[in-house]
Design a protein around this ligand. Structure first.
Ligand code: NAD
Length: 479
């Protein structure tokens, strides 16, 4: 196949040492394109280019940063249908979800374009006479960005946009499975007027390109989203050389449904939160903790709702759930379905491989009932269209079960009681709490992140992103 998609380094499009194919999970006969793969030497060249460009970009004006970020936002939004289709074709989320994600990426760049005009510091009187104190935020330098496959454009956007906004140079390594959206975004960024070397795309293996970022002394900070296992490697490498880092990792997010919940709202929250985007969201509601009075009605209604979900080609009109992203994720989902059955949980619906017009990784949404919170299906992140229902006797037990997890990304409750909603917001152990809303689905202008094993370091997105992408300097002057 011709038209090899290349890496972008020091302002030039360049081929790497290898090639990878981007395959459509809805139709494995459909190869979207071929993408180059960097080796460690090329990753080092990208880091050198970023290092060389960083000082000048650190001194760029707010207007220059605004202009570049706004231009990127405008083009993403103008092409959201086309880019959304590419995203759905390579990742497998439905077309409305793909277009929605692209829209969000455009909005994020617009938000940080505005933030570039609002850079500020503090000037204070000293506690000593005649001295002025100034507190300013400075760029950290070269930021290494490593992203997962499940949000191929939104996660790159929410890391690249603030990095550039706060005056950093970027080396960006997207996930191997979804180079298409990353490449299209990089092409837009490449034409935004940024000086050469400020932004670099380095597609390639995590163990090669990612490792080079982690271990290179000229990468001043690493922002990572992905699995816990890789996150631990990132942490160990960064601590070893005292580099700044930020991790967003897995979840095992609970949705509590109380007896007084609106049943329709609760079923919709569970169906959306657990199964939209094929359950492949770090914020997916994979544990449904339901109090006894509503348990049976909830299980019956959710089972019906899931049986009716249309599972088909992600880009086909009417599809409500696309395929699983690839064979290895499908194997993981199927293995957990077997584990759940072996552990004694009952599969109420789904978990079956189904055939469609094209060869793809089609799995029906799986719901376990009669499960307990100590089962592996309730403790480990599956990252597929699989959720389990756990019965609780009352609110107190439901809250305790919800918090009994190593993760702490998102949590939710469905209730019509202000008392329980308020108590839950205060006592739920998670970075994001939802009341009568799915655990997945967040705004782009407010902080995103979790507690416990889900996250490490400062929050992403909104004005809170400044914590990671800047370093604080305190200057004292005796005039
Ligand atoms: P992954 O950890 O396999 O890969 C993430 C990225 O790390 C990829 O770009 C990969 O190439 C790279 N990588 C792999 N090995 C590396 C190494 N040794 N050194 C440096 N980089 C390396 O994760 P994934 O399968 O792409 O994504 C799924 C995971 O991401 C799930 O656990 C999910 O919960 C998590 N996730 C979390 C959030 C969040 O914000 N909390 C959002 C989306 C996804």
């Amino acid at each position: 196949m011709s038209d090899l998609k290349q890496n972008f380094i020091a302002g030039e499009w360049v081929a790497g040492a290898g090639v990878t194919r981007n395959v459509n999970p809805s139709n494995t006969d459909d190869v979207i394109a071929e993408y180059t793969q960097a080796d460690a030497t090329q990753a080092q060249q990208a880091i050198a280019a970023a290092k060389a460009a960083a000082p000048k970009w650190a001194r760029s004006t707010p207007q220059e940063r605004y202009d570049a970020l706004k231009k990127i936002s405008d083009e993403i939004l103008a092409r959201k249908e086309e880019l959304g289709r590419l995203l759905s074709r390579e990742e497998g989320k439905t077309l409305p979800e793909g277009i929605g994600e692209v829209t969000r990426a455009g909005q994020i760049f617009a938000f940080f374009a505005g933030e570039a005009l609002r850079l500020r510091g503090d000037k204070l009187p000293s506690v000593r006479p005649n001295i002025d104190v100034e507190i300013t935020r400075e760029p950290v330098g070269v930021v290494g960005i490593i992203t997962p496959w499940n949000f191929p454009i939104a996660i790159p956007a929410w890391k690249i946009a603030p990095a550039l906004c706060y005056g950093n140079a970027v080396v960006f390594k997207p996930a191997d499975l979804v180079p298409g959206s990353a490449h299209a975004l990089s092409d837009i960024i490449a034409r935004s007027g940024l000086p050469k070397g400020v932004f670099n795309l380095v597609m390639g293996r995590g163990s090669v390109v990612g490792e080079t970022f982690l271990t290179h002394r000229d990468v001043n900070a690493i922002t990572f989203t992905g699995s816990v296992a890789t996150g631990r490697k990132v942490a160990a490498a960064c601590v070893g050389r005292m580099a700044k880092f930020q991790l967003e990792m897995g979840g095992k997010n609970p949705l509590v449904v109380l007896d007084d919940a609106d049943l329709k709202v609760a079923v919709e929250c569970a169906a959306n939160g657990g199964f939209f985007s094929t359950g492949q969201r770090c914020t997916a509601s994979s544990r449904l903790i339901v109090t006894s009075g509503i348990h049976d009605a909830f299980v019956a209604a959710l089972t019906e709702r899931l049986k009716g979900l249309v599972v088909d080609d992600a880009c086909k009109a009417g599809t409500q759930m696309g395929p699983v992203v690839d064979q290895s994720q499908l194997d993981q989902d199927l293995s957990y379905i077997k584990i759940g059955q072996d552990e004694g949980a009952t599969l109420a619906t789904g978990g079956e491989l189904v055939k469609r017009d094209t060869p793809g990784f089609y799995l029906t949404p799986a719901l376990f009932v009669n499960s307990t919170n100590d089962m592996r299906i309730a403790r480990e992140e599956i990252f597929g269209p699989v959720a389990n229902v756990i019965r609780a006797k009352d609110y107190d037990e439901a809250l305790a079960l919800a918090n009994d997890t190593e993760f702490g990304l998102a949590t939710g409750i469905c209730t019509t009681s202000l008392k329980y909603a308020s108590h839950f917001k205060r006592n739920a152990e998670a970075g994001m709490v939802m009341v009568n809303l799915p655990t997945a689905g967040v705004d782009y202008h407010v902080p995103f992140g979790g507690t416990k094993g889900s996250s490490y370091g400062s929050r992403e997105q909104g004005t809170y992103a400044a914590e990671f992408y800047t370093t604080v300097k305190t200057a004292y002057t005796l005039p």
